[in-house]
Design a protein around this ligand. Sequence first.
Ligand SMILES: NC(=O)c1ccc[n+]([C@@H]2O[C@H](COP(=O)([O-])OP(=O)(O)OC[C@H]3O[C@@H](n4cnc5c(N)ncnc54)[C@H](O)[C@@H]3O)[C@@H](O)[C@H]2O)c1
Length: 276
Amino acid sequence: MAYGLLKGKKGIIFGALNDMSIAWKVAEKAHEEGAEFTLSNTRVALRLGTLGELSEKTGAEIIEADATSLKDVENVLLRSMEILGGKIDFILHSIGMSPNVRKGLPYDALNYDYFFKTLDISALSFHKLLLLARKHDAIADYGSVIALSYVAAQRTLVGYNDMADAKSLLESIARSFGYIYGRDKKIRVNTVSQSPTITTAGSGVKGIDTLIDFTERMSPLGNATGEDCADYCVTLFSDLTRKVTMQNLFHDGGFSSMAMSLKAIDQYNKSFNECD
Ligand SMILES: NC(=O)c1ccc[n+]([C@@H]2O[C@H](COP(=O)([O-])OP(=O)(O)OC[C@H]3O[C@@H](n4cnc5c(N)ncnc54)[C@H](O)[C@@H]3O)[C@@H](O)[C@H]2O)c1
């Protein structure tokens, strides 16, 4: 059911690759809620993914960009304002990639060139986006910006590797720019820390299936799906959350606040009994 929460709002959505992508779900919901937006992703993603389908479905134009390139990001901002006919009300940064994870290099044997790439793609790109948006005064007063994060920024989860460091940096950038944007323009900057979700990027994390099963059992509300995440992002883009900024907002069914559950105690005891 749609509520018209984003009626008349203009946005930019980065990072939809295919229909599993969290950004794809956000784009579908934003469209349902009455928003107009542009879509952006890399040349490779446009070749390997199916963004054209989403563009057709939502009437959104695609602007190719590597989010680590200042020139490309500037072009996305300027072209989006041109296409949408004014300043931008909301931006979704749904971008992440670690060459170390892809190549299976463990945390204690990282390649530093890859590590820098991880940070550049997954965190510094958010800084670049916010810096350039400010330079061009591209975001409308009372606008809202979200980047997607993960609880590995606060807690160690085996297999998440250097992406954990990237997410910590991403969340810090949201706070630092959140102050500047809030002070000057009443613009919100937040990160949403999402449950593990089966997507192309998510599937790259070692042991993702077990992790998803574990967090599902440990979270009192169960894992949040990509669709749930899209619903939440829509509320954060809407005018109903105008005083929420500089936060890392956990959207994970309660997982991040859990330490032990009844089910986990049972399982723990059982595993010891089996060993006896
Ligand atoms: N899937 C999960 O379990 C999960 C959980 C929490 C947070 N997140 C975060 O959600 C975001 C979206 O990931 P997803 O799970 O939907 O996977 P996804 O693979 O669908 O999306 C990742 C996107 O990043 C884009 N990207 C990579 N390098 C880029 C670059 N240089 N410039 C521009 N775009 C680039 C990819 O093309 C892709 O569209 C990421 O930040 C991810 O870390 C994912």
